[in-house]
Ligand binder design. Structure first.
Ligand code: ZN
Length: 194
């Protein structure tokens, strides 16, 4: 079975470039990702938010035997599991997006807890943190993505503090459910007095 089911040559190249980089520079992480990323399939254009957005979907274990095999193989990989990655199957897919989705796949429960912010932003910050750690994404890339997303955002109510990818590391304070937050450049949320 082929893992990558994308057809567009440029999109396939972006995926291959990320695998190559990870295998060359982070072989242990690449081996883990190769074991858990079962399929890479096209995301519906409508869900792709201008090409910036993929999805990582955890696959439920199909049987108790599969679950036991998982714990025997990856016992301490808390909160991670097999999954399917959905990516835009077009020229718009960049290595930055592939790296971010690989970051989602790699994120453990500890990674989420260590971010220390509101739930919905911890996973975005953790995904970016891994992509930056791998050298596949820079803080500058994240700022550009934020500004691009902001321009595309139809809902003005959440203001300029974040987009669907969450707040920018080293960016402004923002308020969520009455609490002030800021994401540090180390991908840890600071909580303000309010
Ligand atoms: Zn994300």
């Amino acid at each position: 079975m082929k893992r990558c089911e994308l057809q567009n040559p440029s999109a396939r190249n972006a995926v291959a470039a990320v695998w190559r980089h990870l295998r060359a520079h982070f072989p242990a992480d690449a081996r883990f990702l190769a074991a858990i990323v079962k399929r890479i399939v096209p995301v519906a254009e409508a869900d792709a938010e201008g090409g910036d957005c993929g999805q990582w979907l955890d696959d439920a274990f199909l049987s108790l035997a599969e679950q036991i095999a998982w714990y025997e193989r990856f016992g301490d990989e808390h909160g991670r599991g097999y999954g399917t990655m959905k990516l835009l199957d077009s020229d718009a897919l960049s290595t930055l997006v592939v790296a971010h989705e690989m970051g989602h796949a790699f994120t453990s429960d500890e990674d989420l807890d260590d971010r220390g912010g509101p739930d919905e932003w911890n996973s975005e910050a953790a995904a970016d943190m891994h992509a930056v750690r791998w050298g596949l994404l820079t803080l500058e890339d994240i700022r550009h993505r934020f500004l691009r997303n902001l321009g595309e955002q139809e809902d003005e109510t959440c203001g300029a503090a974040w987009t669907h990818h969450g707040p920018v590391p080293g960016g402004d304070w923002f308020e969520d459910a009455g609490v002030r937050w800021r994401l540090g450049e180390d991908f840890v949320f600071e909580r303000g007095d309010s």
